[in-house]
Design a protein around this ligand. Structure first.
Ligand code: SDX
Length: 428
């Protein structure tokens, strides 16, 4: 990559820093020596202008609404690929041959069962526990069961841990749902697809035969693809930061799940559907648009806006199309879908949203599909975590293999009290 340099003039002294080119996208200024040279830090809360790493996994052009996984556009992957194939692509860097895909799928399939004692963890939770709380606890607990795949310096252990996490997340997620509704856990079935197996573990009951609906299986697989990875978002950065200390992969993914839960991030799909339900009818939309624009009102349009996309989130486009298809094929008419489409049209023509470049994001339509399929709202972010696990795992592997990676340890702008002496309590 061709390098040039940038000069920083501080108090008349010039400091030159290398400018590095990526294969596409913004250049970076390598400021790793800035503090040693100048005794100064950069200041960038929220990392709006900071590249935390070099990565070849996913590229987003926020202005053009482009999302590529290892160079392949997300709409092509969503329409033509499968979640297992996209998982292979993210992990290995290339689309698999037929034989490679079959081998990878077989490997993942054979890791879908969880240790039988892991089921006792669920008994400790209240039935009304939020399933994301269960996911944080149970995924973190995996490190207590798989001691043979926690040595991050052993490539084979990293690969096994990666496969275990991708394979077991659907089982753990389905068990969280079953526990919440008081139904028995359903074991994985090796004769079903990754996504079909998840649907069976979630919705089948011992009392009758469950047949995976291909329409739902296809929509679910597409939703998993749309959530697989997304550059250095908050939860991925959390996984990388946790991994930079040498923490085991199960603990790192549990940290990512915890971060994803926030309503500004993965929790937005649950919040967006709750918001649409609260709005309820098209005639109430203007009231909520006004609230979203009111600086004194903390209300935001959930499912709108993005740190990177200043154009339409390409995933939201696919999601809206899928929502249409699923509702039509299932013969479901959900009035909040009309509210969603009307809200989108009103917002996209409102000067506030136009000026701030606020468009629907991946979370705006996903809840409508998931609700139509039969998932309770509390499960939406669990499904996001299930799909994002392959992205977290791929990013974690990339970080560990990166010779430039060090333990993440940001500095700060200190604005607290300067040094002062302790005063005994009887003299205060
Ligand atoms: C995801 O990073 C990723 O890649 C995340 C993700 C992934 O795949 O990993 O894409 C998944 O998290 C999608 C985002 C889901 N979150 C939501 O839908 C929650 C609602 N959105 C906002 O909270 C917000 O848009 C964020 C958090 C997504 C982005 O916030 P930023 O980049 O920090 O932008 P900001 O908060 O500084 O907002 C810029 C301006 C502000 O107004 P001003 O202070 O400039 O006057 O836009 C306003 C905000 O008040 N604004 C909104 C708004 N989002 C931003 N106003 C009303 N409604 C909104 N949704």
């Amino acid at each position: 990559m061709a390098d040039s340099s940038a000069r920083l003039d501080i108090g008349g002294t010039g400091h030159d820093y290398a400018v590095k080119d990526g294969s596409v996208g913004p250049q970076v200024i390598d400021i790793r020596k800035l503090y040693a040279d100048t005794g100064m830090f950069t200041y960038d809360p929220g990392f709006t202008s900071t590249a935390s790493c070099e990565s070849g996994l996913t590229y987003i052009d926020g202005d053009e609404g482009i999302l590529l996984h290892r160079g392949y556009p997300i709409d092509q992957l969503a329409e033509q690929s499968s979640f297992m194939e996209v998982s292979y692509l993210l992990l290995r860097g290339e689309l698999p041959s037929k034989a490679e895909l079959e081998e990878f799928t077989r490997t993942i399939t054979r890791h879908t069962m969880v240790h039988e004692q892991l089921t006792t963890f669920y008994r400790g939770f209240r039935r009304d526990a939020h399933p994301m709380a269960i996911m944080c606890g149970v995924v973190g607990a995996l490190s207590a069961f798989y001691h043979d795949s926690t040595d991050i310096n052993d490539p084979m252990q990293r690969r096994i841990a990666s496969h275990r996490l991708i394979a077991k997340m659907p089982t753990i997620a389905a068990m969280a749902y079953k526990y919440s509704v008081g139904q028995p856990f359903v074991y994985p079935r090796n004769d079903l697809s990754y996504t079909g197996n998840f649907l069976n573990m979630t919705f089948s009951v011992p009392a009758e035969e469950y047949v995976v609906d291909p329409v739902i299986e296809d929509a679910m697989d597409k939703i998993f693809i749309l959530h697989a990875d997304h550059e250095q978002n908050a939860s991925t950065s959390t996984v990388r930061l946790a991994g930079s200390s040498g923490a085991n992969p199960f603990a790192c993914i549990a940290a990512g799940i915890a971060c994803l839960w926030g309503p500004a991030h993965g929790g937005a799909n649950e919040a967006a559907l709750n918001m649409l339900r609260e709005i309820g009818t098209v005639d109430r939309i203007p009231e909520y648009i006004a609230r979203a624009k009111n600086k004194d009102d903390p209300f935001r349009l959930m499912g709108f806006g993005h740190r990177v996309y200043k154009n339409y989130d390409p995933r939201a486009k696919v999601m809206q199309k899928t929502a249409n298809e699923v509702l039509t094929k299932l013969g479901v008419t959900d009035p909040i879908f009309d509210v969603a489409r009307e809200l989108e049209q009103i917002a996209l023509n409102d000067p506030y949203f136009v000026e701030k470049k606020l468009y629907p994001n991946v979370d705006f339509y996903s809840g409508i599909i998931l609700s139509a399929i039969g998932f309770p709202t509390e499960m939406f972010t669990v499904l996001f975590a299930l799909a994002r696990t392959v992205g977290w795992v791929a990013q974690w592997n990339e970080m560990i293999s990166d010779p430039a990676q060090k333990i993440g340890r940001p500095r700060q702008l200190y604005t607290g009290p300067t040094q002062r002496d302790y005063v005994p309590v009887d003299k205060r």
